[in-house]
Design a protein around this ligand. Sequence first.
Ligand code: ADP
Length: 636
Amino acid sequence: MPGHLNILLLEDVAEDYELILRQIKRTDLDFTPKWVQTKNEYINAISESCPDIILSDFKLPQFDGLAAMEIAKEACPDTPFIIVTGSIDEETAVSCMKAGAADCILKDQIMRLGIAVKEALRNRELQVEKKSAEAQFKKFYRAVEYSPVSILITDLSGSIEYVNPRFTEITGYRREDVLGKNPNMLKSGAITDEVYAELWKTILSGRVWHGELHNKKKNGDLFWEYASISPMMDDMGNITHFIGIKEDITEKKRFEQNLRQTQKMEAIGQLAGGIAHDFNNILSAIIGYTSLINMKIRNDDPLKVYADNILMACEKAANLTKGLLVYSRRNVTDFTVVLLNESLHRVERLVSRLIGEDIDFRLDLSEQDLFVNADSGQLDQIFINLCTNARDAMPDGGTLCITTEEVFVDDEFSRIYGFSKSGMYAMVTVKDSGNGIEPEQLEKIFEPFFTTKDVGKGTGLGLSIAYGIVQQHGGHITVASEIGKGTEFHIYLPVASNGHQLTQHVAKIDQSKHGTETILLAEDDADLRKLAKELLVEFGYNVIEASDGEEAIRMFACHQDSVDLLILDVIMPKLNGMAVYEEISRIKPDMKTLFISGYTADLMHQKGIAQDKFSFIQKPVSPSVLLRKIREVLEI
Ligand code: ADP
């Protein structure tokens, strides 16, 4: 039974009002009647508050029951409206019912009124319940449809009955692609069968399974999701369906992985830097004492060869520690504004000979000038290292392509990939079609001493040095590789904001590095010699090469009138740099000479090569420093 009711009675005749009232009082309804006789009273009453039911005469002085019902529909749409009238033709009664009257009662059937009121109230209740159920359903439907996580419902056998739009957004599969199929169509193959077995065991026992799944999209891309899969039960507690709620965590995973990688590299950097520093000190002692031995023994003493060999080994060790120091960012840098495309053109000229003819080398540079604040020698070093690796990865030839473009790194990208800040970056892509890198090796390749090359062919320092340099420049390096298809490195360097004003200045600096003189270059490391020769020829010099000390003296003897400068590696087989210099000085005193050494200035000093007397340059040789130094020596 409904609770207390407010009944509005619209009736212009007092006896009829009494008749109706009597009739309702006969029922067990608990109510308060409100009697209105005119249109105005009626409008005022329903606009004040909606009654629980309206009982209205059909024939009224200013309007009729139909018009009254229209007014009620507008103001109180949920209130049932019953017409109670003395006489009404059938047609009008039908139109009243069609217009929404809950009932139409003739006064000679007034006994029916109580039942009609109760029925109208019951119907209204049902309607309200239905409406609210519909609204509730709509709300849940929308929550599922517009959910930011992907939702999937299967029947008991695992056949998909529903997926929401987010599922389509993530996987690329439309609803019609997956209905009736099993979610295992998404499997990437990376999750073991045991995990799936555990999943089924859990949900079939009525519990919720939580875990990470690795799946494949329609386009083949792989992604990670965190899934909560639970059984849905009927009123009896029987499982009828399963619902999977899944969040795409690919980016989150990438962020965590990058963070771990950065922290690992940082830790290795500190360790490597510390060792390199201490090792350098030990090396200083070895070189110092060996040099002393060298000074004390006569030139024809058989022990001299041993001492020279020790020094040669020390040079290699010094090179190694230098690489480690670059990686751990403890080296000194010489920052200027560098026009990136110009650097890459120089690198192209330098590496095109190194990589051989069966490799198609392409440079596809952005038309726009890209300026970065960088140590140009170190920049060259990055690209030379990457190109050398690409060459090694393509023993049967292939393509090597370097492209540049300006990119904007937004906050999200910067956070996920661990950039130090967001903003404009110059992105250089070095892409080869080589044999690729195994996925499990990918995260190790930047670690010092990680190499897959044969003994003597790789040191495992090339990429660590590139990594260290990029970090020191506030940049970022990433790698993507596929076995058999090739490898792609992206180097991001912050764009120099003041770069464009400096175009001409930069051009001038580079111009000042050119020369036309003849240089005798004595260096036993073939790769380095080739590289240096390419560079010097590129900048206008004539170069005479020698691969050891004795050859240097022979070559000098043949070209002594034309040689303007000697570039001598300090440690060389057969005759070291200083001995070559002394020999040549006898023929041509005050010959301009530039020593190249793996030692630091301190070590050179200990070796008896006083810096103020001789010019020297430290390995690894930075092209721009070498060119600058050559001009300095020649112009003294
Ligand atoms: P190294 O060249 O002395 O081995 P790096 O640090 O330069 O040292 O490289 C480390 C390792 O990374 C290489 O041994 C090789 O396995 C892998 N690598 C680097 N670049 C490439 C590439 N472009 N293609 C395939 N493998 C590569």
